[in-house]
Design a protein around this ligand. Structure first.
Ligand SMILES: Nc1nc2c(ncn2[C@@H]2O[C@H](COP(=O)(O)OP(=O)(O)OP(=O)(O)O)[C@@H](O)[C@H]2O)c(=O)[nH]1
Length: 577
C-alpha cells in the first residue's frame, strides 16, 4: 500500500482541524453576536437609567418649589405679617417686626438653599421692611439704612399684581443686587407671593431668594458621582453645567445652549408641542462623548411663569467600559469554549479515525502477507460495514489464492506427468535420467534402462476401440509401477512405449529377472467390458556404463534391444548388442 506522504495531514488531523475551526467559528460568532446584543442592551439600560434618574430629579425640583411656595404662602397668610405692613398699631410695630424677622431667620437657617428672605412694603417705593440674608458667618438680619427700595424690580412689581395665593417665580439669573451677602453674583431664583390685608388690599410682598446651585446640590446628592447635572431654561441656556463657563453665559453677553452641544435636544424647543424628554448624544468629536437625558420639569400646579429643563449625562466611555468588560469576559468564554471544542474535535476525530486506521493497517498487513489483522467488524455503523466488506474481500482473495494454487499444482503435475497413466512424461524422465547419470558418474555407480513397447497394441485399438486401448495403457502403467522399487523410475515416453530406470548396480542376471517379471505382468489379461484383453510387450535393455555414457546413447541402445526383441518373436527381453 502507498504510505501517507511525509508532512501531509492525515484524515484524522484534517477532520480534527476542520471540526476545531468550525467549533471556534461557532463560538466566535456566538460570542460576537452576544457581545453586540449585550452591549446594545447595556446602552439601552444606561439610557433608561439616565431618563428615569432625570425624571426623578425633575419631580424633586417641583416638590422643592412647592415647598418654597408653602413657606411663602404661610408667611403671606400670617396675621403678624399683614399687621406689620398695615402699621395698624404703632405700639406693637417693633415687636411684630422682631417676631416676623425671627420667623424669617429660622426659615433661612433651616433651609440651606435660601439665600435671603424679605418682606417688602407695597408702599414707600417697595422698601424692604424685613430682610434676612445668609452670610458666610451665619444668618444675618439687615436693618436701618441697609434696607433698600425694590419697588422698581420685576419680582416686586409683578408679584404685587398677582391674586391672593399666587406665586411669582423669576427667571434664573445671576444676582447682581448689592448687599445680598452670600447671594451676590451667584445663580439665584426669586420666588414671591403678595400679602393682602383683611380688605383684600395688597400690602406687600414676601420674597425668597433661592440658591440655585445649593438647591441642586441637595437634589443631586444621591446621584452616582459619574453623572453630570444640567439645568437649562426654556430658551436652552445652561444655568448649571459641569463646566462653570457654560452656565449663565448669557449673563456675560455670550451663548451656551444645550441645542448646540446636544443636537437631539432641539426637539425640546421645537414646534407647538415640544418633546417632554429626549435622549441625546454630545456632538461627534466632543470629549468626553456624553449620553444625556433631558426632561422638562413636571408641572408644579403653581402656574409658575417659568420652568426648567433638567439633564443628566454619563460619559460614553463609562458605558463602553462596561461593554468592553463584557467583551473581555465573552472573549474569555469564547477562548475556553474554543479550547474545549478543539479538544472535543481531536477526541472525536481520533475516535472516528482510529478504527479506519485499524482497517488500513489490516489491509497493509494483508497485502504484505502478514495475515488480516483484527478488524472492527462488530460495530453497527458505516465503519463496521466497511470492516465487514474488507473482511469479505480478504476471504474472497484467500479463496481465489487457494484455487490458483491448486490450479498451479495441477498444471505443474500435468507438465511433468502423463495425463492418461499418471506416470512421469518423457521430458521429466529425461531430466531424471540426466541426474541419475551425473550421480552415477560421480559415484562410479551403474544404471539400467528397460525400454518396453507393447505388442500388437494397434490391434486392440482397432478391435475394441480407443477406450479399450486407453484402459490397457493405464493397466500396464499401474502394473509396471507396482513391480519396481521405490528408487526406480517408471515413465511413459510414447504411445505404447514405457521406460523403466533401475537405480543402483544390478548384474545382467538380476536385470533379466526384473525384465522377466515385467514381461509376466504384461502378459496377464486385462479386463475390459466383460472381456479379457491380451497384450504383451517386448523389452530392450541398456546399461551404464556398459552401453553408453549419455542418456541419448543409453535410450538408443535400449531401443535397439527392444527392436531385436520384436524381431526375435516379441514377448521377450533383449540386452543391447
Ligand atoms: N488407445 C490408445 N492408442 C494409442 C495411444 N497412443 C498411441 N496409440 C496407438 O498405439 C499404436 C502403436 O502402434 P505400433 O506400436 O506401431 O503398433 P503395434 O500394433 O504395437 O505394433 P508392434 O509394436 O510392432 O507390435 C498406434 O496405433 C497408435 O494409434 C493412446 O494414448 N491410446
Amino acid at each position: 500500500m502507498t504510505p501517507r506522504r511525509p508532512g501531509s495531514l492525515g484524515l484524522g488531523a484534517r477532520l480534527a482541524l476542520a471540526m476545531a475551526l468550525l467549533g471556534l467559528l461557532a463560538a466566535g460568532l456566538t460570542g460576537y453576536s452576544s457581545y453586540r446584543t449585550s452591549s446594545a442592551m447595556l446602552v439601552g439600560a444606561a439610557e433608561q437609567r439616565l431618563l428615569t434618574a432625570t425624571r426623578v430629579l425633575g419631580r424633586q425640583l417641583s416638590v422643592e418649589l412647592v415647598d418654597v411656595s408653602r413657606d411663602l404662602l404661610m408667611l403671606a397668610e400670617h396675621p403678624a405679617v399683614a399687621n406689620l405692613l398695615m402699621r395698624s398699631d404703632p405700639s406693637i410695630q417693633q415687636r411684630l417686626e422682631d417676631n416676623v424677622a425671627l420667623l424669617l431667620q429660622r426659615l433661612v437657617e433651616t433651609h440651606p438653599e435660601y439665600f435671603q428672605m424679605r418682606l417688602i412694603d407695597a408702599e414707600a417705593h417697595g422698601l424692604e421692611r424685613l430682610r434676612v440674608d445668609r452670610h458666610p458667618q451665619g444668618v444675618l438680619r439687615v436693618v436701618g439704612d441697609e434696607l433698600q427700595e425694590k419697588g422698581h424690580l420685576p419680582y416686586v412689581l409683578e408679584t404685587l399684581g398677582l391674586v391672593r395665593g399666587s406665586i411669582y417665580m423669576s427667571p434664573a439669573r445671576i444676582n447682581h443686587e448689592t448687599g445680598s451677602h452670600a447671594g451676590v453674583e451667584r445663580p439665584t431664583l426669586q420666588m414671591a407671593t403678595p400679602v393682602f390685608d383683611a380688605q383684600q388690599k395688597v400690602r406687600g410682598v414676601v420674597v425668597i431668594n433661592l440658591d440655585l446651585e445649593g438647591l441642586f446640590r441637595q437634589l443631586a446628592a444621591d446621584l452616582p458621582p459619574d453623572l453630570r447635572l444640567f439645568l437649562i431654561n426654556t430658551e436652552g441656556d445652561y444655568l448649571i453645567h459641569p463646566e462653570p463657563r457654560q452656565a449663565f453665559a448669557f449673563d456675560r453677553g455670550q451663548r451656551a445652549r444645550v441645542q448646540d452641544e446636544f443636537g437631539d435636544s432641539a426637539a425640546l424647543f421645537e414646534g407647538s408641542s415640544p418633546a417632554q424628554d429626549v435622549l441625546a448624544r454630545s456632538a461627534p468629536g466632543s470629549t468626553p462623548g456624553l449620553l444625556a437625558a433631558f426632561v422638562r420639569q413636571p408641572d408644579t400646579g403653581l402656574r409658575l411663569q417659568h420652568s426648567f429643563i433638567l439633564g443628566l449625562a454619563q460619559s460614553m466611555d463609562a458605558i463602553e467600559h462596561e461593554a468592553r468588560q463584557l467583551a473581555l469576559s465573552t472573549l474569555r468564554l469564547v477562548a475556553v469554549f474554543g479550547a474545549l471544542a478543539m479538544l472535543a474535535a481531536v477526541l472525536l476525530a481520533r475516535a472516528l479515525v482510529q478504527p479506519l486506521n485499524r482497517i488500513v493497517q489490516a489491509l497493509a498487513d494483508f497485502a504484505e502477507g502478514r495475515g488480516g489483522g483484527e478488524l472492527p467488524v462488530k460495530r453497527h455503523d458505516e465503519v463496521g460495514a466497511l470492516a465487514r466488506g474488507v473482511q469479505a474481500m480478504q476471504q474472497q482473495v484467500m479463496n481465489r489464492f487457494g484455487q490458483l494454487e491448486a490450479q498451479q499444482r495441477e498444471m505443474g503435475h500435468l507438465a511433468s506427468h502423463d495425463s492418461l497413466t499418471g506416470l512421469l512424461n518423457r521430458r521429466v524422465f529425461l531430466d531424471r535420467l540426466d541426474h541419475a547419470l551425473a550421480h552415477a558418474k560421480r559415484s562410479q555407480g551403474e544404471l539400467a534402462l528397460l525400454f518396453i513397447d507393447l505388442d500388437h497394441f494397434k490391434q486392440i485399438n482397432d478391435q475394441y476401440g480407443h477406450a479399450a486401448g486407453d484402459q490397457v495403457l493405464l493397466t500396464v502403467a499401474q502394473r509396471l509401477h507396482g513391480m519396481v522399487r521405490e528408487a526406480d523410475t517408471v515413465a511413459r515416453i510414447g504411445g505404447d512405449e514405457f521406460i523403466v530406470l533401475l537405480d543402483g548396480g544390478h548384474d545382467d542376471a538380476a536385470i533379466q529377472r526384473v525384465a522377466d517379471k515385467l514381461l509376466a505382468a504384461l502378459a496377464e489379461p486385462i479386463a475390459y467390458a466383460q472381456q479379457a484383453l491380451q497384450c504383451g510387450g517386448s523389452i530392450g535393455i541398456s546399461r551404464y556404463p556398459h552401453d553408453g555414457q549419455t542418456a541419448a546413447d543409453l535410450i538408443a541402445a535400449a531401443d535397439r534391444g527392444m527392436y531385436r526383441a520384436k524381431t526375435g518373436g516379441r514377448q521377450r527381453a533383449e540386452f543391447s548388442a
